[in-house]
Write a protein that binds this ligand. Structure first.
Ligand code: G
Ligand code: G
Ligand code: MN
Ligand code: NA
Length: 253
């Protein structure tokens, strides 16, 4: 396809770009960033991952792209450290096709050493479906990385089919409440009940909760009253290019 050709070219001409969206405590302290990939297209402009990741998964480019993202994000984190910025947690999205590979954890550990990155500053976002379909291999990769301090979060939580019994066997530190819940939380009482149940469950298992897609102040207030731990959303910060990150970090210290 045309997008596939652009992805292949992007490895050579620098067409992939990583954006960073800030994540905050409920009181507004910066806690980390989620790395979000984009593809630059000569006529379409920046294309979002929803458009090209599924194609990359189908044509097999996803592993190469995922490896590029790991290198690029760790290189960038090392550069920020060199500039004297405070170390901060970075969350990476990984495809099930990456996590299922027997060399995934070794690759991540090698990159952590190569860029002298503290494993505790890395969070890997997985989706519920990943976990369900390949539990054994995925668990092996995750446990290997968790042993050195890497954190794991479950993305889009509440929209998949996770069996809690399975999730509980994995080294998961954080649940990310899907933005579809956050959007309705002020208006719809059953949505609010679901979110409250997720929060209670997560906290009783010693996990943290991040609310995604927070766009309004009344959502912040409600989530704060419900004891949510962190939030991410357009209200406090859109995904932005790497060169905007230092200003966000120094505003906090
Ligand atoms: O940035 P945006 O909200 O358009 O991202 C849409 C989806 O694309 C997100 O749910 C995210 O999980 C996924 N995504 C973003 N960056 C990456 C990436 O580097 N690798 C993979 N596999 N998925 C990504
Ligand atoms: O799929 P995943 O949850 O990993 O990706 C997050 C996606 O949600 C990104 O594409 C990001 O651009 C988008 N996003 C982040 N914050 C908001 C928000 O407040 N509102 C909306 N509509 N989208 C958001
Ligand atoms: Mn995500
Ligand atoms: Na999400």
């Amino acid at each position: 396809s045309e997008i596939e050709a652009h992805m292949r070219a992007a490895f050579k001409d620098g067409g992939f770009e990583v954006y960073y969206q800030p994540q905050y405590s409920m009181n507004g302290y910066l806690c980390g960033f989620e790395a979000l990939l984009r593809l630059r297209h000569p006529s379409m402009g920046l294309i979002g991952p929803d458009r090209f990741i599924p194609i990359a998964e189908e044509c097999g480019l996803i592993v190469r792209i995922g490896n590029w993202v790991i290198e690029e994000v760790f290189r960038q984190a090392a550069e920020w450290k060199r500039q004297g910025l405070p170390a901060i947690r970075i969350a990476l999205n990984v495809s099930p096709l990456q996590l299922m590979r027997a060399d995934f954890s070794v690759r991540v550990r090698d990159a952590l050493s190569a860029y002298r990155m503290d494993p505790e500053m890395l969070e890997i976002e997985i989706t519920e479906t990943t976990v369900m379909h390949n539990l054994e291999e995925v668990a092996k990769q995750m446990l290997d990385l968790a042993a050195v301090g890497v954190r794991f979060s479950v993305d889009d939580f509440g929209t998949g089919y996770s069996s809690l019994r399975h999730l509980h066997q994995l080294p998961i530190t954080t649940l990310k409440i899907d933005q579809s819940f956050v959007q309705n939380i002020c208006e719809d009482s059953s949505t609010r009940e679901i979110v409250q149940a997720i929060l209670s469950l997560a906290h009783s298992l010693g996990m943290q909760v991040i609310a995604e897609g927070v766009e309004r102040e009344d959502q912040v207030e409600l989530l704060r009253s419900m004891n949510c731990d962190q939030l991410q959303g357009f209200l406090w910060g859109r995904p932005q290019p790497a060169d905007r990150v230092p200003a966000l970090m120094s505003a906090q210290v």
